[in-house]
Design a protein around this ligand. Structure first.
Ligand code: PGA
Length: 263
């Protein structure tokens, strides 16, 4: 994140939705209309299914909406059936890559693959949105250990000069798609914990460079409190990113928040 970068990042992860290119176009055009073209302190990224990317690039020419990918393969090319490389994604306009989403981890993605993907994306100077989060919470606070282990594995060998391309998304798995959200206090506590790990690993200057997002049932109703009390730097949004009205409302809540809290 450079000094001139917008304050917040709001990223939609469409996952395996919507069902056709026609409906994807409609959704993107509605989002485009809702967001407008004005300069903003909220960077907006949408990660549609890979197959829709070229058409999404065509209908989002202004750079007000940036394009993301939901995953990447760490190799440049070769015998990897069904996979896509960073250069393929970049060639259709992708600038932000989600890495290690809990649904990919649940499908068998390992810490080693996540590590390799982080290396590939950061070396390639694309933005890596690295997802971490516990599957459940226990009374003893073991979930901090889970998040720490995920982060340390993903960030091994990351060079300080790459940090401006790194974003962390804290996504407690129990809050994803469930309607249950972490409280702003939970999000804030985990933000501080992630910052401590970044500081241990890279020094204090890392805190200015790396955004920490929250994800897990973010909606217009809870976005403001998560910004205000959770002090997160934005959101990774699943379900609500499929509703143009909700997604654009969350972006507007972010814009209002930045306006009312100039730092
Ligand atoms: P959700 O998904 O907003 O539907 O909970 C978040 C995510 O999986 O990134």
């Amino acid at each position: 994140m450079s000094n001139t970068a917008p304050k917040l990042l709001v990223m939609g992860n469409w996952k395996m939705n919507p069902p056709t290119i026609g409906s994807a176009k409609e959704l993107m055009l509605d989002i485009r209309k809702g967001i407008g073209r004005h300069k903003s302190e909220v960077e907006v990224v949408v990660a549609p299914p890979t197959v829709y990317l070229p058409e999404m690039e065509r209908i989002t020419p202004s750079q007000r909406i940036l394009l993301g990918a939901q995953d990447v393969h760490s190799e440049k090319s070769g015998p990897h059936t069904g996979e896509v490389s960073l250069s393929m994604l970049e060639s259709v306009g992708v600038s932000h890559i989600i890495i290690g989403h809990s649904e990919r981890r649940a499908a068998g993605e390992t810490d080693l693959e996540i590590y390799k993907n982080v290396q590939t994306v950061l070396k390639g100077k694309a933005v890596a949105v690295v997802c971490v989060g516990e599957t459940h919470r226990d009374a003893h606070g073991n979930y901090f250990g889970v998040v720490e282990a995920q982060l340390r594995a993903a960030l091994r060998d990351v060079k300080p000069m790459w940090l401006k391309y790194l974003t962390i998304a804290y996504e407690p798995v129990w809050a994803i798609g469930t309607g249950e959200t972490a409280t702003p206090e939970d999000a804030h506590e985990m933000r501080l914990f992630i910052q401590k790990i970044l500081m241990d690993r890279f020094g204090r200057s890392a805190l200015k460079k790396v955004r920490i997002l929250y994800g897990g049932s973010v909606k217009p109703q809870n976005a403001e409190a998560l910004l205000q009390e959770g002090e997160v730097d934005g959101f990774l949004i699943g379900g609500a990113s499929l509703k143009a009205k909700d997604f654009t409302e969350i972006v507007k809540i972010g814009e209002r928040y930045v306006k009312n809290n100039p730092s």
